[in-house]
Design a protein around this ligand. Sequence first.
Ligand code: PLP
Length: 222
Amino acid sequence: MLPDDPETRLKTVRDAIAHAARLAGREPDAITLIAISKTHPIEEIEPLLVAGQRVFGENRVQEAAAKWPALRSAWPDIALHLVGQLQSNKAEEAVALFDAIHSVDRSSLVAALARAMDKQDRRPACFVQVNIGDEAQKGGCAISDLPALLEEARVANLPVAGLMAVPPAHTEAAPYFALLAKLARDHGLTGLSMGMSGDYETAVTLGATHVRVGTALFGGRA
Ligand SMILES: *Cc1c(COP(=O)(O)O)cnc(C)c1O
């Protein structure tokens, strides 16, 4: 059962992150909690802002554009992350709106983001999304395509912060987290965006630097 009030939910998640970090010999401060607010209205986001949360994530450009400009003018130190698939024709809007983009997964998107960043002189941190479970329906680049895509991103001057993945549902996530961590190490990348409401503690023990938590903070989505 989720606690009723948002402040207690936030404290519960933060305490669990800190506990998992210490178990793994890591500093709790090394992990950024991204509160995934997709589908939740402004009225449900505000209590978390009041409780001190500043990093949020959305999965749709349109929805983020409708909700966040108003919130940002009230809380200027907000950081907004895009965690959903991004169409190349929305790259400009995404670069203008977000502080980090977790779904860079193909050449055409690398090129579109690079153009948008050059034009706006604004460079949101990028995570390259890996299709870690090799699932047909999922976003993310194939593991075999990762070296070439990272090289393209480097040449295009994208600020690549690390790797992101969503493991297959209904299976033990730990082996996929460990694999993503190994891929990041192999490529000299330090950022690891992995772990959601059901498995963020496991992700932290395996090296996550960014956990993306929705349900455990906001409750279920309609
Ligand atoms: C919705 C979403 C999350 C949050 O999922 P919860 O299970 O509600 O915590 C995390 N990452 C991505 C990419 C998402 O789309």
